[in-house]
Design a protein around this ligand. Sequence first.
Ligand SMILES: Cc1cc2nc3c(=O)[nH]c(=O)nc-3n(C[C@H](O)[C@H](O)[C@H](O)COP(=O)(O)OP(=O)(O)OC[C@H]3O[C@@H](n4cnc5c(N)ncnc54)[C@H](O)[C@@H]3O)c2cc1C
Length: 254
Amino acid sequence: MPPGSIINQAAWDLFNYNRTGILASSSSRTNVFIRTKFQPVNDSRPDIQVIIGTPNGTSLWALAYLLQPNSRGRVILASRDPTDAPIVQMNYFSDPASHDVNTLMEGIRRVNQIFSTAPMHNSGFHSFSNLSDDIEFKNYLYGNKSSTANSNSGDHFTGTCKMGIDSMAVVDPRLRVRGIVGLRVIDASIMPFITSGNTQAPVYMIGEKGAQMILDDNNSTGTSAASSLHRSYNFSIVIIFYLVFYISTLIKQH
Ligand SMILES: Cc1cc2nc3c(=O)[nH]c(=O)nc-3n(C[C@H](O)[C@H](O)[C@H](O)COP(=O)(O)OP(=O)(O)OC[C@H]3O[C@@H](n4cnc5c(N)ncnc54)[C@H](O)[C@@H]3O)c2cc1C
């Protein structure tokens, strides 16, 4: 067991013995998907995901994720030098109607409800019971002069190079960079909107689909090149046949 470890000896022994126990499991074992009152009635997707985990086997945490934020970040070139890092503006909670912060607060309140039930409450979970009003909640999420912000990206970055046909689209529906021949983008950045959950599996799908598009386009280009080659062979044969016929006619006349 590493010195200072907060994992108990029994957990280490179990893992070393047969690779089981708390150390063999993901720290985020439970996912809860919630539709809050802010989700339009005609939209059946959840708008909050709660990940509940046991990072070390002796404690419990819950994270509330906003699934369809209205706020939009930006990635801007810092200069014309391609080796300069771009400027990344996250713009969290920048939507003018405050939809994002209100939905997230609602999600956290729902987490509170779950952890206020008898079995969870008895586990000693400390919830946000001190954050009784919206101002306290917002200070907690945004941070203020006396506290740091308690929100981040969730590591699900998408949409910096979105697919589409409008003027903001960087790639077309076949993932080709608009205006540049022979260049595609095939990763999380092409999502026009973020998915309602973790992004890894959708990225695998984008990769598979993009690879198939490259093969398809390559095959169809190959086929059309082959058929035009075939047509030009046929044409040459016709010319040669005609020349042979013409020359033999001339010989007969003489
Ligand atoms: C800490 C963390 C935890 C996450 N946990 C989860 C999770 O539990 N479940 C989930 O579904 N999603 C999770 N995600 C999100 C998921 O990992 C991403 O959505 C996904 O990996 C994005 O895939 P991508 O191909 O777009 O980009 P990436 O996976 O980032 O791949 C980009 C690749 O490009 C390479 N690269 C960069 N620059 C260059 C260069 N100049 N030349 C050559 N290669 C270059 C990088 O090395 C990298 O291999 C997590 C993300 C992070 C950061």
